[in-house]
Write a protein that binds this ligand. Structure first.
Ligand code: NAP
Length: 527
């Protein structure tokens, strides 16, 4: 279906009851749809932000064979747009454009690059409403969360526009009297940036912000599920005056695009956010041309609630850590470990809070939980719950598809989970909170670390010594203490073990796009 046809389709009004198997729920899911796809898209069209072609060398470009792919609204299944389905040829041209643009972009002063990035940031902020609506339309998250992502995502451009001016080198005291030793930091070169669907803007700006600040140029490959936000952001990069070829976007056949980026000797760096399985493939593929690689991969976050925690703080924190983006973030609490003395109290209070989460179309007032991204995601959740219950876990809230249909799933709490169940071993990526009981601090640390992942962890305790001790013992890249939402552009984000390599955000995020060059001036004592 074409965009025009899709725009003619109005969104459904949800009005259905839901019953939970073990906790009585009297709430009816009656929601007023406050915005429709048609008005969102027409607004975006008038501001020139609804782009459906790839961006190569500053030109909006169709796939060379004319192929397109459909982008759907996960809340309704409606086609929002048909976007160009690109592959190897288009990617090679995008790489050439980025390579040509690198010459001049990398030679601009830091102040000039900084100003362009700042302008791009200003435009993202100026178009916050439309961009937020676009995210809700193609990704499904509640509009409030989508608007939050625009602020968060734009924040990376603001932060790195400032960092552009602070790429300092070093002067090293020489070992020989007639020498002077310098360290210069220089841009890596052309960067291939491959990003996922769960944060359609922020996962791009977190990479492209520092890359451009350092003087690199980029070829972005957004997920085929959410390319529209990436294309709108790219349009704003042009409006900000960032020269053609500095930012390129191709989408379509992921393996073809990935392989073209990997094979090209002109691409000097691959930065990827996505699943561990694809990250491993990219890491292996980058070996052929020995590229620099950054990987932000899957997590399996433990959220540990100790007996001495403030239950209200723990419930609020665990709720935010688990159910943000309907459980579809890499830092989502995947296992909630609760000490035995507080287990029943926490389970009751937490389940009550989860029960109050409103499910529905992200454009509806008060909705806290949108749809899952696609049918495969729902089936994965179902298989994990089936595995857990077959091994003794109990569903205490939710546990089934939502009566709204589509890919809506009831916010779910499962008790009596252990660390051997699939739900504890794998990343759930859905609105399901498994509760695990533990006895001692040592048990909690052992269970928490018993995974190949190591991205985010959360602990809830009022004991300051314990908070330090456990933070140090956790094999994770990020730790939230008495806080469930910890991502920010000013702090380093990244994992250990199989959760990835490198850091994004903060001053450390710059290092990923810089090479260190040592310069030795000899014969300095001659006149
Ligand atoms: P995914 O399947 O790995 O896809 C991520 C990106 O890789 C998409 O653009 C995808 O393209 C592309 N891709 C897939 N196969 C490829 C290949 N052979 N070569 C090159 N590119 C390829 O992951 P996802 O399902 O979109 O995202 C969810 C995962 O991302 C979760 O595991 C989550 O934990 C992780 N994540 C991690 C972080 C972090 O910072 N650590 C942040 C967010 C998400 P198509 O979509 O077009 O197929």
């Amino acid at each position: 279906m074409t965009l025009a046809a899709a725009l003619g389709v109005s969104l459904r009004s949800f009005n259905s009851a839901s019953s939970f198997p073990f906790i009585h729920c009297s709430a009816l899911f009656t929601r007023q749809i406050t915005m429709d796809a048609k008005s969102v898209a027409s607004q975006l069209k008038s501001s020139g932000l609804l782009r459906t072609q790839g961006l190569i060398g500053g030109k909006w470009t169709d796939a060379y064979d004319g192929k397109t792919i459909e982008v759907r609204n996960p809340a309704t299944g409606e086609v929002i747009a048909d976007v160009s389905c690109m592959g190897q040829k288009e990617t090679n041209d995008a790489i050439s454009s980025a390579y040509n643009a690198y010459n001049s972009w990398s030679k601009l002063t830091a102040t000039e690059r900084s100003k362009s990035l700042r302008k791009w940031y200003d435009l993202l902020v100026a178009h916050k409403e439309e961009l937020g609506q676009l995210i809700t339309l193609e990704q499904g998250k509640p509009l409030k969360e989508a608007l939050g992502e625009i602020s968060y995502g734009a924040g990376f451009l603001e932060f790195f526009s400032e960092e552009a001016k602070r790429i300092y080198g070093d002067i090293i005291p020489p070992a020989l009297a007639d020498r002077r030793l310098f360290v210069l930091k220089q841009p890596v070169g052309v960067v291939g940036a491959i990003t996922p669907w769960n944060f359609p803007l922020a996962m791009i700006t977190r990479k492209v912000g520092p890359a451009l600040a350092c003087g690199c140029t980029v070829v972005i490959k957004p997920s085929e599920l959410t390319p529209l936000t990436a294309l709108a952001a790219a349009e704003l990069s042009l409006q900000a005056g960032i020269p053609p070829g500095v930012v390129n976007v191709v989408m379509g056949n992921a393996p073809d695009i990935g392989n073209a980026l990997l094979a090209s000797p002109q691409v000097r760096k691959i930065t990827f956010t996505g699943s561990t399985a694809v990250g491993k493939k990219l890491m292996a593929g980058a070996a052929g041309t020995v590229k620099k690689v950054s990987l932000e991969l899957g997590g399996n976050a433990p959220c540990i609630v100790f007996d001495d925690a403030d239950v209200d703080v723990a419930v609020k924190g665990a709720l935010a850590a688990k159910f943000r983006n309907t459980g579809q973030t890499c830092v989502c609490a995947n296992r909630i470990l609760v000490q035995e003395g507080i287990y029943e109290k926490f389970a009751n209070a937490f389940s009550k809070a989860v029960q109050n989460l409103q499910v529905g179309d992200g454009f509806s007032d008060g909705v806290a939980q949108g749809p899952l991204i696609n049918e495969a995601a729902v089936q994965k959740v179902e298989s994990f719950i089936q595995d857990a219950t077959s091994k003794g876990a109990k569903v205490i809230l939710g546990g089934r598809r939502h009566s709204l249909g589509m890919t809506f799933y009831e916010p779910t709490v499962i008790s009596d989970v252990n660390n051997d169940m699939l739900i504890s071993r794998e990343e759930v990526f859905g609105p399901v909170a498994p509760l695990l009981r533990f006895k001692t601090e040592e048990d909690a640390i052992r269970i928490a670390n018993d995974t190949t992942a190591g991205l985010a962890a959360y602990i809830f305790t009022n004991n300051i010594q314990r908070s330090w001790r456990v933070s140090e013992a956790l094999e994770y890249g990020l730790v939230g203490v008495n806080e469930g939402l910890i991502s920010t552009e000013v702090a380093p984000f990244g994992g250990v073990k199989q959760s990835g390599l490198g850091r994004e955000g903060s001053k450390y995020g710059m290092d990923e796009y810089l090479e260190i060059k040592y310069v030795c001036l000899g014969n300095m004592n001659s006149s």
